[in-house]
Design a protein around this ligand. Structure first.
Ligand code: ADP
Ligand code: MG
Length: 292
């Protein structure tokens, strides 16, 4: 690559809000054949809203929401913010939480009002040996709508479900289509469960989905693709995505996401808009062509 053509490309990118770290990142991105995209905050707005509260016998909606939201005050996860905001909008008065603990990729736990509360996904309830049977069908129905349904355990027993919905960004569908047209195999990877993940993927025409992926699994997925000879770019926004961004040929960070994600990335999309990836791909391929 001539230094001149690369400077031109990075300059054009910057004007469009696409920050390319160096010549290597640009050259590598032209040669990538596979793109892994994180769901939350990358394909979707990453600002979910509380939509549903379902209770098991012996709990009221108001009670369940206070317990869930009080616990989530200690978490910085977008899902936690949605639950806290949703509770405040519904007039709930939150309580103090002690002994708070976040379990990456699974959920949160702590003591609220003297009771042990756990809030998270199926895997978390399995770990805690909480039987979710009575509400499992309802949870799946919510997930089939593309919502994230989380179980709330109170004192070791299922208290209910809270669900949130995270809208797909207006620009995502078109960008995914253009990226596939540019010759990329697209794989969605998410910590979310399979039903929710597939509902979102099908709205976007993405047919390869890896669901219930723990942060360390995202890096393992890249290693597995590398073993098959793939050249991989990975787009993500979260603190959890940083190791995978660093392991890929090109890491693509949403500029609206976590600082560590941005530091691990070869390309940063200032506006967090996937059309920036389309632009970077076009620039990278044009630059490589000019050199040959
Ligand atoms: P993603 O890869 O989609 O950003 P995460 O790895 O952050 O997802 O989370 C995976 C799953 O773990 C979530 O879908 C949710 O069910 C559960 N989870 C994680 N953090 C929390 C939290 N603070 N409160 C409730 N559930 C959580
Ligand atoms: Mg995320």
């Amino acid at each position: 690559a001539t230094p001149m053509s690369i400077m031109t490309a990075t300059g054009r990118g910057a004007q469009a809000g696409v920050l390319i770290k160096d010549a290597q990142a640009l050259e590598r991105f032209a040669k990538v054949d596979t793109l892994i995209v994180d769901k939350t905050g990358t394909l979707t707005e990453g600002r979910p809203k509380l939509t549903d509260i379902l209770t098991a016998e012996g709990t009221t909606e108001a009670d369940l929401l206070v317990l869930a939201a009080s616990l989530e005050q200690g978490s910085e996860h977008p899902l936690a913010e949605a639950i806290v905001e949703g509770a405040k909008e519904r007039g709930a008065t939150l309580l103090a939480t002690i002994d708070f603990q976040a379990i990456t990729g699974k959920g949160v736990t702590g003591l609220v009002d003297g009771r042990r509360i756990a809030l998270g996904n199926q895997a978390m309830m399995v770990d805690l040996e909480v039987d979710v049977g009575i509400l499992a069908k309802q949870a799946d129905a919510l997930r089939t709508e593309g919502k994230t349904a989380m179980y709330v355990a109170v004192g070791g027993k299922l208290g209910g479900i809270v669900a949130v919905a995270d809208p797909i960004k207006a620009t995502t569908k078109e960008a995914i289509f253009a990226l596939r047209e540019s010759g990329l195999r697209i794989i969605m990877a998410t910590g979310d469960n399979e039903l929710t993940a597939k509902a979102v993927a099908s709205k976007l025409g993405i047919d390869e989905v890896r669901a219930s992926v723990l942060p360390e699994d995202k890096k393992a997925l890249i290693d597995q693709l590398h073993a098959g000879g793939a050249k991989v770019a990975m787009a993500g926004d979260g603190v959890n995505d940083a190791p995978a961004l660093a392991a890929a040929e090109v890491g693509i960070a949403m500029g609206t996401g976590a600082d560590v994600a941005v530091e691990s990335a070869g390309i940063t999309l200032v506006k967090g808009d996937l059309n920036g990836i389309v632009r970077a791909r076009t620039l990278a391929q044009a630059t490589i062509r000019n050199i040959k």
